[in-house]
Ligand binder design. Sequence first.
Ligand code: AMP
Length: 305
Amino acid sequence: MSLLVVGTVAFDAIETPFGKTDKIVGGAASYISLAASYFYKNINLVSVIGDDFPQEFLDILKKQGTNLDGLQIKKGQKSFFWSGKYHNDLNTRDTLDTQLNVLADFDPVVPESALSPEFLMLGNLVPAVQQKVIAQLKTRPKLIVLDTMNFWMDIALNDLIATIKMVDVLTINDSEARQLSGEYSLVKAAQKILQMGPKVLVIKKGEHGALLFNNEEVFFAPALPLEEVFDPTGAGDSFAGGFIGYLAKTKDISFDNMKRAIIFGSAMASFTVEKFGTERLIGLSESNVNDRVQEFVELVQFDLA
Ligand code: AMP
């Protein structure tokens, strides 16, 4: 029984209204693994890096419970690099640069010991690579969650649509939901996207929370109004990590439990944005996480009379 995480392990250069970083460690799978590790320890990572990546960060991933046997390290090559600049509202950003480097010809190999995961988290990555991972598995996971972004809608839409067909839950942000469906209304967008294959859709709306849809119901989780928001990079991935980590821990994939899981996902995202990069997701205690979740509960609790 395990959780298989696929996605980028990367270098990011980030500019926000509060500061600028040179190359720091990021990548969808880095955030997902760290966030999920607070709920579930048996995590296997499938990804690729160059030999320019810091060993210290890999040691942190291992220490927090992620097995790195499926992480390929390509000699003489560079890791994936992404650079982005946030607008003043911190809710929208422009991608300044995407250098695929090792990702350009990545051929994922799922280690023998990870071929029958109970949960599969397909983090942001080349859609064809995400499919190759599914194809290698011996048994279909109990739950497959897919996260992606506009970049792949722009350059690999057909592959992405084929991947979306194969998954149970899709998580994207509001502008990506509009782009994918061609609908402005998020309710209409959700109806169209659910027809593409997934049973459940999560639409992330940054500081405005997240919506959870299936064909019958919709549920809303707020984002925590934070005093310090420093860098939103990785918020979506931390959300996905918390979401699937909680589901893996509780082994319950009902829609009702997914309502709880998006609160846990939102709690992990709320930590990430408080510091640059992955820093805030390292070394949290169980009570840090529980207290944060309790803040969400209190935020939306009210009496009718
Ligand atoms: P998020 O802010 O949660 O959407 O994710 C940010 C992370 O996604 C960064 O750490 C980047 O390294 C990574 N990223 C950016 N663009 C891509 C892409 N096209 N494919 C995969 N990962 C990406």
